[in-house]
Design a protein around this ligand. Structure first.
Ligand code: ZN
Length: 123
């Protein structure tokens, strides 16, 4: 086990993620590099372009929502807590499904208008 070096985007070791303290395994064989913790779904703002590790921000990136692409593939929307930068990242097969579900359901549980009135118009 080693500490994750975010300058190394081809790591193969297990590491302890700095945000949640959980152990993160390397990507499955044949997969691409991992860009967020599968337990907490948090990430770090380290890329200017995906995978280049050239960004000096290094701020924690909070998972704020999900995006369902036209291909039906899900992506996590991350926002840097340091600079506000927003980026989408593909989900992985071992990502925490409960957190993904919460991110997807959160907007519908916090509607800024009365749900009943809107439902009456739709149905
Ligand atoms: Zn940032």
């Amino acid at each position: 086990m080693s500490r994750y070096n975010y300058n190394d985007n081809n790591y193969t070791d297990t590491f302890i993620y700095r945000n949640c303290g959980m152990t993160v395994p390397p990507p499955e064989a044949g997969g691409s590099h991992r860009n967020h913790c599968p337990h907490s779904l948090w990430s770090l703002h380290v890329d200017l372009k995906k995978g280049d590790r050239r960004c000096g921000c290094r701020g924690l990136m909070q998972p704020i929502s999900v995006w369902v692409k036209p291909s039906k593939e899900w992506a996590v929307i991350h926002r840097s807590q340091s600079c506000g930068f927003i980026r989408t990242n593909r989900i992985a097969g071992d990502d925490n499904e409960m957190i993904l579900f919460r991110l997807a359901a959160e907007p519908i549980t916090m509607l800024p208008f009365p749900a009943k009135d809107t439902l009456d118009k739709i149905i």
